[in-house]
Design a protein around this ligand. Structure first.
Ligand code: ZN
Length: 89
């Protein structure tokens, strides 16, 4: 085996190793992503159960509907906060 052949084999091994590392990381990321989505769903379910408006921290009014929040998902909201959100957007 000459040096060039040896380098080619080594290169293939490195490529294979990198590909397998990449696949492992992708699987890990997918698992973390699924875990995050599950946690968000759980938080959403807890919020829906409580029945109070949770759009603004200080508001304790009974929620009258759900408002889609960019990060939190569906958040219970009262009429007063819904009007405030509508006025702001
Ligand atoms: Zn409110």
């Amino acid at each position: 085996m000459n040096d060039t052949e040896y380098e080619r084999i080594l290169d293939r091994r490195i490529q294979a190793r990198l590909a397998s590392d990449r696949a492992y990381r992708n699987a890990e990321n997918a698992e973390q992503q699924a875990q995050r989505e599950y946690e968000i769903e759980q938080e959403e379910a807890e919020r829906l159960d409580s029945g109070d408006c949770q759009w603004f921290r200080d508001c304790g009014n009974p929620a009258t509907s759900l408002e889609p929040h960019p990060i939190l998902g569906a958040v219970p909201i009262c009429e007063r906060c819904a009007a405030k959100v509508a006025a702001l957007s």
